[in-house]
Design a protein around this ligand. Structure first.
Ligand code: 5RP
Length: 239
């Protein structure tokens, strides 16, 4: 029982930290902006808060969603959405992350399997801002979180062989109750890998050279990370 209480309060603290980071990111949003809307529980809070801000301040802001989930949530919260084809520029993208390396600000993303569209929108943006709770910040990328690869289903056995050849410990991400693989918004599967990430920029490029890999979850072009804590936010900039 005591154990249950502890874990509930840990969840509540994490949720609060996500909220702190999301609220801080809101200060970066100005009238007239086109905003990339990331995916995941932290970004969901940002999308809800952005919806409120647009209504309260009568702002003209458009969102570019990075997943089916963020698209639906944006619509539900009154954020007009545009597709990538309709924008010459995305002023800012706000997205979550699974791991953030403190010094380099390199990331692992794709815990929700949306990293392909996230990378397109986040890298397209003039400013790419990441919002996380404090548990996501690490000294060395990739020790506890695998790197997800979005892979064409028809190429999975070839990609698995290529990854085994690179000692990447690949595993196909399975859906709940393991009845089949997780299927992305693009109709592909996810293969998670553990590998040496001492040179993230090189790995980010190299993994995409395997035929059948659509995109990987290493992100190396981040401008700013906002970390939520209990009573404050911490802004990480590249050293
Ligand atoms: C989805 C992502 C998410 O941004 C990442 O998994 C973080 O999610 P959360 O905010 O729920 O911890 O990359 O593909």
């Amino acid at each position: 029982m005591a154990k249950g209480r502890r874990s509930k309060s840990k969840t509540t603290n994490t949720e609060h930290e996500k909220y702190m980071a999301a609220r801080e990111a809101l200060n970066l949003i100005k009238d007239g902006m086109i905003v990339g809307l990331g995916s995941g529980t932290t970004t969901n809070i940002f999308i809800e808060e952005l919806g409120k801000k647009i209504t309260e301040e009568e702002l003209s802001i458009f969102g570019v969603p990075t997943s089916f989930e963020s698209r639906i949530l944006a619509i539900k919260n009154g954020i007009p959405i545009v597709s990538l084809d309709q924008c010459d520029v995305i002023d800012i993208a706000v997205d979550g992350a699974d791991e953030v390396e403190r010094k380099s600000l390199n990331l692992i993303k794709g815990g929700g399997g949306c990293h392909t569209m996230e990378k397109i929108v986040d890298y397209y943006a003039e400013e790419f801002v990441v919002i996380v709770d404090s548990s996501k910040v690490v000294d060395m990328l990739g020790n506890k979180t695998p790197v997800p690869l979005e892979v064409l289903p028809s190429a999975y056995s070839f990609v698995l062989k290529e990854l085994l050849r690179r000692d990447a410990a690949p595993s196909i991400r399975m859906a709940e109750r393991k009845r089949g693989p997780v299927i992305t918004d693009n109709g592909n599967i996810i293969i998670d890998v553990f590998m040496d990430l001492k040179e993230p920029e090189k790995m980010e490029m190299e993994l995409n050279t395997i035929p059948g890999v659509v995109e990987n979850g290493i992100f190396t072009k981040v401008n700013k990370v906002i970390v939520g804590h209990k009573n404050k936010v911490e802004i990480l900039q590249k050293e």
